[in-house]
Ligand binder design. Sequence first.
Ligand SMILES: CC(C)(COP(=O)(O)OP(=O)(O)OC[C@H]1O[C@@H](n2cnc3c(N)ncnc32)[C@H](O)[C@@H]1OP(=O)(O)O)[C@@H](O)C(=O)NCCC(=O)NCCS
Length: 170
Amino acid sequence: MSSPHWTTRPEEPTDVEAIRGILLAAFDTPEEADLVDELRRSGAWIDGLSMVAVDAAGDPVGHALLTRCHIDDTPALCLAPCSVLPEHQRTGAGTAATTAVLDAARARGEHAVTVLGHPEYYPQFGFTRASRHGVRMKAEVPDEALMVLALDGTPIPGGTIRYAAPFGDI
Ligand SMILES: CC(C)(COP(=O)(O)OP(=O)(O)OC[C@H]1O[C@@H](n2cnc3c(N)ncnc32)[C@H](O)[C@@H]1OP(=O)(O)O)[C@@H](O)C(=O)NCCC(=O)NCCS
């Protein structure tokens, strides 16, 4: 069950190594860790939208990242990746980091967020199937895995998601 005891804050320069460590531990390959490092160097990076959940000592245990994408020509955000150190998974750290990064995006006046991921995990944040909004991606993916969230009342524009270059041609 999720617990509310995780503190969250935006990534600081000294967190970069720890975030890479979380990503390497959470995923089977270094692909996601390398992706985040590439995104950090890319124009898709938005300061303040890389969020960590930290333990009592202030060390990051969970991470959630929003970077710039477009739905056709409309700017939107891509939520990817979300990761938590295996020993802290299912204790609410992922939910805390994700909720905080979505709140930060809303506060910045962003409207739409896309995510490709576990259909059992993201609906708790309000994500719904992208296909219901006419949103798709170039690659073939299970319909339920591609989801979108309207951060405010603005309707999600239909169209094809154009990801930042580090994601490749998906
Ligand atoms: C997915 C991930 C980020 C979730 O973070 P977390 O801190 O473990 O999740 P939380 O404790 O905040 O989860 C809250 C609820 O979300 C759901 N949930 C969590 N992880 C899930 C998963 N992998 N699949 C399905 N549902 C999940 C559960 O309902 C959970 O509540 P419960 O533990 O009471 O059943 C984390 O488990 C992780 O790093 N997994 C490995 C990497 C990964 O798959 N990243 C996501 C790519 S889309």
